[in-house]
Design a protein around this ligand. Structure first.
Ligand code: ADP
Ligand code: MG
Length: 238
């Protein structure tokens, strides 16, 4: 069963074509990495899947349903950005519960979901703190927690680790991998970092100039890049 399907999606800003009839099929439970240089359209593609940008042409399906014109909140996706986008005036608990409260969820269900997310992400001791009192890594855990409490089908990550130092980056990388193993849901993860792509991905989609150049398992891309660009970006030196 496919989880996310992107069908012939194009997106232009004025005369500038950012995505060009792009196609992508992500099976249920896959960890797919979108890898490519800055400006190739990774965030734009993710925002189209999330519904934060309208496509110029083409369709997006999630779990078999055409969501091309659905509101972001109705798509069953949770998005984690590079900058954490937490509400600074609220505690961690407040940040985690906010979306659920506005959706009218019962208090005890909210409490149950927060407890579960806090346990999975090991942020129980932080629940009463405000974002300013957290490290970058802790903030990013909370940002992931906000997607987790919503019980979404698909997680979308847009360079979630790029504001962190090298040590935290490798710690959180392991954490995200563990999260995927535990939840077994679909994750689409944008990065321009080759190591992140190689260590996290079930498959890597290498993007350039608004199209996918190669979509394969990391070892296949590394050993058998389809062209010079992919080889230069990720392929084996030999
Ligand atoms: P990436 O995430 O791969 O670095 P983006 O998807 O952010 O790339 O951007 C792809 C291209 O689209 C870039 O050249 C960028 O400058 C351009 N772009 C992104 N957002 C807008 C916008 N709102 N208006 C005009 N151009 C944009
Ligand atoms: Mg980007």
């Amino acid at each position: 069963m496919t989880s996310v399907v992107v069908k012939d999606v194009s997106l232009s800003f004025g005369a500038y074509d950012v995505l060009k009839e792009l196609n992508l099929d992500v099976p249920e439970g896959e960890f797919l990495v979108l890898l490519g240089p800055s400006g190739c359209g990774k965030s734009t593609l993710l925002n189209c899947i999330a519904g934060l940008l309208d496509v110029s042409d083409g369709q997006i399906f999630i779990k078999g349903k055409n969501v091309t014109w659905e509101e972001p909140k109705d798509r069953g996706i949770g998005m984690v950005f590079q900058s954490y986008a937490l509400y600074p005036q609220m505690t961690v608990e407040g940040n985690l519960s906010f979306g659920l409260k506005t959706a009218g969820m019962a208090k005890d269900e909210i409490a149950r979901r927060i407890a579960r997310a806090a346990e999975i992400l090991q942020i129980e001791p932080l629940l009463k703190r405000k974002p300013a009192a957290l490290s970058g890594g802790q903030r990013q855990r909370v940002a992931i927690g906000r997607a987790l409490v919503r019980d979404v089908d698909v997680f979308l990550f847009d360079e979630p680790l790029s504001n962190l130092d090298a040590k935290l980056r490798s710690e959180l990388r392991v954490e995200i991998k563990r999260l995927h193993q535990k939840l077994a849901n679909t994750m689409i993860y944008v990065t321009h970092d080759q190591i992140e792509a190689m260590t996290l991905a079930d498959r890597i989609a290498v993007m350039r100039g608004g199209v996918i150049q190669q979509l394969d398992a990391p070892q296949v891309i590394y050993n058998r890049p389809v062209n010079r660009f992919v080889a230069g970006f990720l392929g084996s030196p030999g």
